[in-house]
Design a protein around this ligand. Structure first.
Ligand code: SF4
Length: 135
């Protein structure tokens, strides 16, 4: 399995458990800075984020929310399903930035450290054996 397959697999696994209740969106301190998010409502925005994890296009509001994420992490304890919502947002952000070879759907900053950062974060979730295999 490659790192890309791992990202895709984790995206699908978490999206299947997400009910799109919107509690993570409600808890997020960044919604006021993301165009259209407050007007769309938390459940609609969460459903759009889940759609990105399911290989879908997402929605403009969901993409705005994904792009506004500053990794505060307050979304995770808010999830009634016990999901790591912050990790889901991180996965969605990678995917929306084109990490899997798709065209970017949110603004990608010039960042020469983007790939090392993805790997550094991946190390937090992988076993030593998986790291040796994928990174
Ligand atoms: S709080 Fe959890 S279940 Fe609800 S939309 Fe967010 S990730 Fe999905």
């Amino acid at each position: 399995m490659t790192l890309i397959e791992h990202i895709r697999g984790e995206s699908a696994r978490l999206a299947a458990l997400c009910t799109a209740c919107g509690a993570c969106v409600e808890a997020c301190p960044m919604t006021r800075y993301a165009a259209g998010v407050e007007a769309a409502g938390p459940g609609v925005v969460a459903a759009g984020m889940r759609d990105v994890l399911r290989d879908g296009p997402g929605t403009p509001e969901a993409l705005a929310w994904i792009g506004a994420c500053t990794r505060s992490g307050v979304c995770t304890p808010a999830c009634p399903e016990g999901l790591d919502a912050a990790f889901m947002l991180r996965l969605a952000q990678w995917r929306a930035k084109g990490a899997l070879g798709e065209p970017p759907r949110i603004r990608v900053k010039e960042d020469t450290q983007y790939s090392p950062k993805v790997k550094a974060f991946a190390r937090l979730t992988l076993t030593e054996e998986e790291q040796a295999k994928w990174l």
